[in-house]
Write a protein of this length. Structure first.
Length: 267
C-alpha cells in the first residue's frame, strides 16, 4: 500500500508536559497517551512508540509482529518507576498489512485513544474505547450525550502498564484508495465532536495540514489535555479492484451485488 501521512501534537493549554507520543512512519501510524506520576507517563508513551519505530520501513507487517512489539513495550513500561502511581500509556493506530496480496489496515487499540476511518464522506470509529464510560454505554446505563460530560469519562479500563494486564484489540479492515485514517489522543476526541472531525478531514486535502488543523481546533475548544493527531491517506492499495470499473453486462447494480462489504474483522 502506498500512503501519505502527517502528524501534529501540542501539550494543550493546561498541561506543562506533553505525555503524548506518536509515530507516523510507514507502515506504522500510532498514538500513545501516557499517564503516571512524575515524568513516567511521558516516558511510557515514548518507550512504546520507540519499540514500534524499530519496525518502520517494512513494506507491511502482520498481527504477530505487532503483538511481539507490544509485549516488549509492555515489559519495558512495567519496569518504570512512577512513584506513587504506576506508569502507563494507551496505544491506538493502524499498521499497513497484506493478506492474500490484498491491502488492509491492521488496527491495534489499548485504552481510550482512538482510530477513525473516513471514507465516502462517512467517519467511522474503528477502535472501541476501553473506558468506564464506554462500558456504561454498552450496558445501556449512559447515552452518548451523557457520556460526553460524565466525570468518569477519563477513567480507562485497559492500558500498557499502570497495573493493567488488559490486552489489545485487533481488527483487519479492508483498505481502499481514498481512505483517510485519523489516529488521535483523547485530547482531540474529547474536545471536537465527530461531525466537526469529519468536516475538517473532508475539507483539508494535505494530511499534514489536516493534522495541524485538527489540533488547532481542539485548542480553540479549550485544549484541556495533550492533543495529538495522525492522518494517513491510502493512495494505492495492493490487490484493490474497483468492481464498478469492471462492471459486468448487468451494470453497476450487478457489480454491487458481488462486492465485498467493507468492515472490521476481529483477530
Amino acid at each position: 500500500m502506498r500512503v501519505a501521512a502527517g502528524a501534529a501534537t501540542h501539550p494543550g493549554r493546561r498541561r506543562p508536559v506533553n505525555e503524548d507520543a506518536h509515530l507516523a512512519a510507514a507502515p506504522l501510524f500510532l498514538v500513545a497517551d501516557g499517564m503516571g506520576g512524575h515524568d513516567a507517563g511521558d516516558l511510557a508513551s515514548q518507550i512504546v512508540v520507540a519499540e514500534f519505530a524499530a519496525l518502520a520501513g517494512e513494506p507491511s507487517l502482520g498481527v504477530d509482529d505487532v503483538r511481539a512489539a507490544l509485549a516488549r513495550a509492555r515489559a519495558s513500561v512495567e519496569g518504570l518507576d512512577g512513584g506513587d502511581r504506576a506508569a502507563g500509556t494507551t496505544l491506538s493506530g493502524v499498521v499497513v498489512a497484506e493478506a492474500g496480496g490484498v491491502g488492509y489496515w491492521l488496527t491495534v487499540n489499548v485504552g481510550d485513544s482512538r482510530t477513525y476511518r473516513f471514507a465516502g464522506g462517512v467517519l467511522e470509529q474503528i477502535s472501541v474505547d476501553h473506558s468506564v464510560v464506554q462500558e456504561l454505554i454498552d450496558a445501556g446505563a449512559l447515552d452518548a450525550d451523557e457520556a460526553a460530560t460524565d466525570r468518569r469519562r477519563h477513567e480507562i479500563t485497559r492500558a500498557i502498564g499502570a497495573g493493567s494486564d488488559g490486552q489489545a484489540d485487533y481488527w483487519m479492515v479492508p483498505a481502499e484508495p481514498g481512505d483517510r485514517i485519523l489516529v488521535c489522543s483523547d485530547g482531540l476526541s474529547g474536545e471536537v465532536g465527530a461531525a466537526r472531525l469529519a468536516e475538517l478531514l473532508a475539507g483539508v486535502a494535505d494530511p499534514g495540514e489536516a493534522a495541524s488543523r485538527l489540533v488547532e481546533e481542539a485548542l480553540e475548544h479549550g485544549g484541556r489535555d495533550n492533543i495529538t493527531a495522525v492522518v494517513v491517506d491510502a493512495l494505492e492499495v495492493a490487490g484493490y479492484v474497483d468492481l464498478y470499473d469492471t462492471a459486468p453486462a448487468g451494470g453497476r447494480d450487478a457489480a454491487a451485488d458481488t462486492a465485498p462489504r467493507a468492515g472490521r474483522s476481529p483477530r
